[in-house]
Unconditional design. Sequence first.
Length: 255
Amino acid sequence: MSDPLDMLDIAKRLRALTPARLGLGRSGVSQVTRDVLHFQLSHAQARDAVHARLDAAALAQAIRAQVSQFDSGPVLRLHSAAPDRTTYLQRPDLGRRLDEKSRSALAPNEGGEVDVAMVVADGLSALAVERHVPPLLGLLLPRLAERNVAPVCVVEQGRVAIGDEIGEALQARLSIVLIGERPGLSSPDSLGAYITWAPRVGRTDAERVCISNIRSQGLDYEEAAAQVERAVTEAFQRRLTGVAPEAHRGLSENL
């Protein structure tokens, strides 16, 4: 039988490597109060992240400070067809499409073909977007300097697929959607990046590349920017993204 002191030492070392709840203490048949309160705090933070509203004006200003040096044009503020947060959570389909006002505000780039449509959406964690998008863009945009990047679109109450409609409207060859991911009990501020070749309404998640868990305790900004750049470069080389069977059929036909 293992020595209890050895087990405590193993649990302590494991906890130093991960935020997961490992080796929790016990008081009789119950958990100790400290761990119960910590769980309740994490759960509350996750719920708050889901329901929090994006400060789109402040985010757009922070993004402008990053994109101005790259001559990416103004930051466009758009809105999905979900009029408020409650509707957004109850009707995922409305979060995938733009409202009429936003749709009419988009137009193809008069300066020529757009290589990349850059979309920022609150998703299920406005906290993640507000906290991580500006510094990530500061590292990502220089890596995309040789490509024609459309003005950044900030979308309120948006889901991943809203990038398909935006990319299609801008006639972009590829879209990048930076979006707040579903919060976990140790990660209320996780950001995801979804890359889609030839974005258009009706694309599925199988036709995308996802780079997940971008945050200070997860995938750091420098590595995330490098991974997004690699995914974009590969997409332009292969003219596809994702794992959809029809996409790979198209690839094999061109080989």
